[in-house]
Design a binder for this molecule. Structure first.
Ligand SMILES: Cc1cc2nc3c(=O)[nH]c(=O)nc-3n(C[C@H](O)[C@H](O)[C@H](O)COP(=O)(O)OP(=O)(O)OC[C@H]3O[C@@H](n4cnc5c(N)ncnc54)[C@H](O)[C@@H]3O)c2cc1C
Length: 879
């Protein structure tokens, strides 16, 4: 067995202590603060120093303050591994590429070796499923130029001779991976930043962030207070690692960040290991890093220890390793590397690291405090993501937005309730930690933090067999089981001790595959019912906002690309853009008249707008609108009525027949035209009826005050009895809408996609002025360098997104998403293509090509599908 030498501690790089020192920081009289800085960064770890480096390169006068010394938080004791492929995420691969670009250029730039060793990486597989994931990852990585390929167990052993070849099924080898020495990296980054005019002040804790209130009860930053005085600034970057929550608390806000103990051990020297590649073995939740002649071995346990709070004085400090937690790894590490059974442990490293509910960092500007930016919550990937995220946060600070699609890292992806609920955040972070190395299957669902937000139909639909999925805190039906009612039970830990065997997790478990879902037939029936008769979708989690006030039309003209200066009750599909022309969101806007009978509160004195935005980014949309309002001093109010209104959407050829039974008002084609709304009564309850479709059929949405939801639902179900209406979920909805070419924000439409590139030029008016119009007009004039295409693949090949696209045998892009088309029988993919010679992508270029898709290493011929146009895209899907 492993020869445990637990207490033979060995100091590797810096002096550290294992107990917390107490007492105040030593006040130094020699610290002189500048009066003003463009940006003050709080925290001198990987996040802060990478941000400083990039800000310096852009010529920003930034000052970094650390309460102790640079690296003294988590950074100094990192394992420092840098992988080139992580998770099936295009953005993450781009960020990792950006980090490696920094590492490869830093020595030339700063004259200091940044401690980057490019020793390559092995990713081990013990199962066919893992090999499938690897095939998917390799295919996905091709569009990012990453050099990685599958190798046999023998080849893996040749690269890392200590491996037990018989215990593995195959591996990926990536020549671009490596390791970073944190101290050397921080030296190089800060030297470069200083040479660009930035300042670093150590032993200088920030004790207060100075803010003033704006008219709209928002806060705005004007400085920071330290033990040595005040620095005036408009921008503060919170890069305080596990202390970032304390820094957020300084302005009275919260962030969902959970400090968790994360550990690795370092072996005694082993002959012949020097310069071997890193090894990552996700099936046993372990990573191996060569450290001189030793191996550092760390992992992710099912029962990690959450730290309620890390003391302020915890600098260059570590915890004792808890062997009850870490022991879970011993057997599997020896099975993989038998030599470890006779190797001693030189030291153990157990430190605090920040984890978040979805295992993604927290970045961007706080919607409640202008000028407060975040770069924290790095989930044990802060070294490898540091360069890429540092570049993005610098861009965000300077230009008001990042240049990549960073929504999954953006603080605005969390609802305020999620930010303030530490039980939710801790449970979700605990699960995310335990699942860190799990295979990411397309339909995986979290077990923790569920039923966080439920709409007024929730209980009724669960009784009808709804199998729920989660969307940004809200529960929504994924599909309906005809045989069971499945409640989601309270989370009580991941793994065998937790709720892993209840009905819900059993369903989630059955869907853990890259093949079609075992529930496909049920979902197909829902989709077909919608095409042939009618289906009812609960869409209550969509974001719903009223924009009202004297400047409502003026604000609307500026916010929306489409013309909203229309008749009352007209519903318009539109985009909202940023300055660079990227789609911040797409939504529908209904023009509302000031109506005394208006019961869908609030009532308005002037013309107002009812905005319905997609569910994924409802809060992001709310924050975007508010920011634009504040920046332009529009005299308007934005009311968030998401919780007060439920939405039932009835779609399909029989939908009008059913609604005619439900309401007395006339709803013929003439009296309720497509894309118009009407106030109607259902059993005396006032409801807004909007004729809209997101699936290309006749369809209506009922927007119902919360108190009337149950009554309207039961009455509607009665009316629908003779029309074979089916309850349907989002899985069917995604397929139906994709078949008809509707675009999905977050996948097909992102903050760095222009509507012209996406084929949504018809939503962008030529006259007037709206945010992002200059960029739209520019592309209209000169053409696009990337263009959205839709392809379909006959047969039964499942696609999930990230599959590479070839045009005339040349790699031109990758799929952003794919859906199984239940009624057309094909698999459909959406993606953007670029010209291989970086030229403009013309219509002729798109249409003259022969296309193939590579999925899991195999190529398939595909055909183009038509892009949405104004004539066939009559509305939005609004997921
Ligand atoms: C055991 C272990 C292994 C890891 N292995 C890897 C790996 O292989 N690869 C990888 O990419 N990542 C790894 N990580 C994660 C990575 O090390 C971290 O994500 C990263 O170091 C975090 O950097 P940071 O700048 O966010 O935080 P920190 O390094 O903690 O920096 C925060 C700084 O803020 C300062 N500060 C806090 N409050 C204040 C205040 N009020 N005023 C002034 N200053 C303040 C602190 O003193 C500290 O220096 C590992 C982490 C651990 C624990």
């Amino acid at each position: 067995m492993f020869r445990l030498i637990k207490h033979k501690l060995y100091n590797m790089r810096v002096n550290y202590i294992r107990s917390v020192t107490t007492g105040a920081v030593n006040l130094s009289s020699t610290i002189h603060l500048p009066d003003y800085a463009d940006v003050v960064i709080i925290g001198g770890g990987s996040a802060g120093c990478n941000a400083l480096y990039h800000l310096g390169r852009y010529g920003v006068n930034a000052v970094l303050l650390d309460k102790s010394k640079l690296t003294s938080g988590t950074t100094w004791h990192t394992a420092g591994l840098v992988w080139s492929i992580r998770g099936p995420s295009d953005v993450e691969m781009e960020l990792l590429n950006a980090t490696r670009r920094v590492l490869n250029s830093l020595e030339k730039e700063s004259g200091i070796n940044p401690g980057w060793i490019n020793n390559g990486g092995l990713y081990i597989a013990h199962s066919n499923e893992r090999l499938d994931e690897y095939k998917r990852m390799i295919t996905g990585s091709k569009a990012f130029g990453i050099q990685a390929h599958l190798i046999s167990p023998r080849e893996a052993k040749n690269l890392f001779p200590l491996l037990n070849e018989s215990s593995i099924q195959g591996a990926i080898y990536s020549s671009e991976d490596g390791v970073i020495d944190p101290t050397m990296l921080i030296n190089a980054l800060t030297k470069s930043a200083k040479s660009n005019g930035c300042q670093i002040i150590e032993d200088c804790p920030v004790t207060k962030i100075l803010t003033k209130e704006t008219i709209k009860n928002n806060q705005i930053i004007y400085g920071v207070e330290t033990l040595y005085g005040i620095i005036k600034t408009d921008v503060v970057l919170n890069a305080a690692g596990v202390w970032s929550k304390n820094v957020a608390n300084m302005v009275g806000t919260n962030i969902p960040l959970t400090p968790i103990k994360h550990a690795y051990i370092v072996t005694e020297p082993i002959q012949g290991v020097q310069n071997l590649p890193n090894v990552r073995d996700p099936d046993i939740s372990l990573y191996f890093r060569i450290q001189g002649s030793s191996i550092a071995i760390g992992g992710y346990e099912p029962n990690p220890i959450t730290i309620p709070s890390v003391p302020e004085q915890f600098s260059f400090s570590l915890y004792e390793l808890d062997w009850n937690i870490f022991n879970t790894h011993l057997e599997s590490m020896i099975r993989l590397i038998p030599k470890l059974s006779t190797t001693g442990i030189r030291t153990t490293i157990c430190g605090p690291e920040s984890f978040t509910p979805d295992h993604k960092p927290i970045m961007g500007e706080d919607p409640h405090c202008s000028g407060l930016f975040y770069s924290c919550g790095y989930n044990s990937a802060g070294m490898m993501l540091g360069g890429g995220c540092g570049e993005q946060i610098a861009h965000w600070i300077i230009h008001g937005r990042p240049d990549k699609y960073m929504f999954n890292y953006d603080i605005r992806r969390f609802l305020p309730e999620q930010r303030n609920n530490s039980i939710w955040a801790n449970d979700r972070s605990n699960e995310a930690y335990a699942k860190n190395y799990n295979i990411i299957f397309p339909h995986d669902a979290p077990l923790s933090g569920r039923n966080f937000k439920t709409d007024p139909f929730h209980n009724l639909l669960v009784k009808e067999g709804a199998i729920m999925e989660e969307c940004q805190g809200w529960e929504r039906p994924g599909w309906f089981s005809s045989t069971e009612n499945v409640e989601i039970t309270l989370y009580n830990g991941y793994g065998t001790s937790g709720n892993m065997h209840d009905a819900y997790s059993t369903i989630v478990e059955k869907e853990r595959s890259f093949n079609f879902s075992p529930y496909n037939n049920i979902i197909r029936e829902e989709a077909l019912a919608c095409r042939k008769s009618a289906a009812l979708f609960d869409m209550s989690h969509l974001g719903k906002f009223y924009l009202s006030g004297p400047d409502a039309q003026k604000a609307s003209d500026y916010l929306f690309t489409a013309n909203t200066n229309r008749d009352f009750n007209k519903t318009i599909y539109t985009c909202m853009l940023n300055h660079a022309g990227g789609v911040e969101t797409d939504c529908t806007v209904t023009v509302i008249k000031p109506d005394a009978n208006e019961i869908l509160k609030p009532t308005f004195k002037e013309r107002a707008f009812y905005i319905v935005s997609n569910g994924v980014s409802a809060y992001h949309t709310w924050a975007h609108i508010n920011k634009v309002i504040a920046e332009n001093s529009f005299d308007v109010s934005l009311h968030d009525v998401t919780e007060q209104i439920g939405i039932l959407s009835i779609q399909g050829p029989n939908s009008r027949n059913i609604i005619e039974l439900l309401v007395k008002e006339e709803i013929s084609d003439e009296s309720l035209k497509y894309s118009t709304a009407k106030l109607v009564k259902v059993k005396n309850e006032m409801v807004r009826l909007i004729r809209l479709s997101f699936i290309g059929e006749l369809g209506f949405e009922l927007h119902i005050p919360k108190s009337s939801c149950q009554l309207v639902y039961t009455t509607l179900m009665d009316c629908a009895k003779s029309y074979n209406m089916k309850l349907a979920g989002y899985r069917a909805l995604c397929s139906l809408s994709c078949e008809k070419g509707y675009l999905l924000w977050g996948f097909d439409l992102r903050t760095n996609d222009n509507p012209i590139e996406a084929g949504l030029g018809f939503t962008c008016r030529n006259n007037g002025n709206y945010l992002g119009k200059i960029a739209v007009d520019q592309l209209r004039k000169i053409g696009v360098k990337k263009k959205m295409i839709r392809v379909h693949l006959s047969g039964t090949v499942p696609l999930w997104g990230l599959e590479t696209i070839y045009r005339n045998n040349c790699l031109v892009g990758y799929l952003r998403r794919a859906e199984q088309g239940y009624s057309c029988g094909d698999t459909i993919g959406h993606g953007y293509i670029r010209h291989p010679n970086k030229e403009y992508v013309t219509k002729e270029f798109v249409e003259s090509g022969k296309y193939e898709i590579e999925a899991m290493g195999k190529r398939y011929a595909v055909n183009l599908l038509q892009l949405p146009t104004s004539s066939n895209q009559n509305g939005t899907k609004n997921l």
